[in-house]
Design a protein around this ligand. Structure first.
Ligand SMILES: Nc1ncnc2c1ncn2[C@@H]1O[C@H](COP(=O)(O)OP(=O)(O)OP(=O)(O)O)[C@@H](O)[C@H]1O
Ligand SMILES: [Mg+2]
Length: 327
């Protein structure tokens, strides 16, 4: 049995006057001890709901979940003692300072005040919050809140850590620092389940990735396995001027093995090909013949973005936009 094992989790919500939402629709998950598993999915996929079930904040309608042999639904108190969690439902006291918040978590877990103080001091330094430690949280920026919430999850050094979109809202420097912290925790034996919408983050951190959409896992494996499942080579070409898009995609259709798709920014197009070097030189040659100016052209291995696109028919970013317009 896996260290964390969830089977056939179903969770429905019935908002007033609206159709039933199946937030989890038969979700299975396995996390091996001492590894990082990423739940990768767009807005509304069911990531937070999964974390809430596993951290005992909500009960599923049906299904089972076990962490290190302990049944999550039957024995929630024991589960709570072995996990740390940080997430989109941040539990900090606005009126306390950063330091006091961490002390409070220590007390909650019955650390002696000396140990609690020592731990809070270490975490304040680790998360680069020294300047903010003695200010009330209500004056914190979004990124500072994120970091104090993460620090709170680490107070008791739990063997299992749930991180719901840990780096959303962090600047690039804080994101890199957090990745380092997660990596060092895992090399010390901590088991981590993190959720992310960032393919790059899953690629960098996760030993195993479960791609979820609409409350179920639609693919799983290592980043390399997922990329290999998309298969094949691609040619990516970036135009100097967007108005050449039509002429370029005509050329790419001719030499590609599938349809070209826009790869972001309106000037980059990507097409699957059978033979990378041959297709690349043919496309570049035909573009030159027609006087189409290229900014860049090259072969590309499939990325996790390509995996996501292939599996769901939309990119993670497009799912974001759809959610944004619906809201
Ligand atoms: N309390 C609730 N009441 C009604 N619907 C809910 C509730 N919580 C979640 N949902 C719905 O369940 C689905 C899954 O939501 P969830 O928060 O788990 O997604 P997510 O993957 O965490 O998304 P995000 O990336 O936006 O955080 C969504 O359709 C959401 O609208
Ligand atoms: Mg969420």
């Amino acid at each position: 049995m896996a260290f964390i094992e969830a089977r056939d989790l179903v969770k429905t919500y019935t908002p007033k006057g609206a159709p039933v939402v199946r937030a989890l629709d038969g979700l299975d998950l396995d996390v091996a001890q001492g590894t990082v598993t990423a739940l990768l999915g767009p807005n509304g996929a069911g990531k937070t709901t999964t974390v809430k079930v596993l951290t005992t904040l909500i009960r599923p309608d049906s299904g089972t979940a076990v962490i290190d042999g302990v049944d999550v639904m039957r024995d929630p108190d024991r589960v709570r003692r072995m996990i740390g969690a940080s997430g989109q439902y941040a539990a900090v006291d606005e009126n306390l300072t950063g330091f006091e918040n961490l002390m409070m978590v220590g007390k909650l877990y019955h650390l002696g005040s000396k140990v609690a103080r020592q731990r809070a001091t270490e975490l304040i330094e680790l998360f680069d919050l020294v300047d903010a430690a003695n200010r009330p949280v209500k004056g914190f920026s979004g990124g500072m809140r994120r970091r104090i919430d993460l620090a709170g999850a680490l107070v008791i050094n739990p063997p299992v850590l749930f991180l719901d979109e840990p780096t959303t809202g962090l600047d690039p420097r804080s994101r890199l620092a957090l990745w380092d912290i997660i990596e060092s925790l895992v090399s010390g034996g901590t088991t981590v389940l993190l959720t992310t919408q960032y393919l790059e983050e899953a690629d960098r951190l996760a030993d195993a990735i479960s791609v979820i959409d609409n409350g179920r896992v639609i693919a799983k494996g290592t980043a390399d396995e997922l990329k290999a499942s998309v298969g094949g080579q691609r040619v990516a070409v970036t135009l100097v001027t967007e108005s050449d898009a039509r002429a370029l995609t005509d050329i790419m259709s001719r030499f590609g093995s599938g349809d070209p798709v826009e790869g972001g920014g309106g000037r980059t197009f990507v097409v699957p090909v059978d033979n990378g070097p041959v297709a690349l030189s043919a496309i570049v040659g035909a573009a030159a013949e027609q006087g189409i100016a290229l900014h860049d052209a090259g072969m590309r291995r499939p990325t996790l973005d390509d995996v996501f696109l292939q599996l769901t028919g939309h990119t993670a970013e497009q799912a974001d936009e759809a959610e944004g317009t619906a809201a």
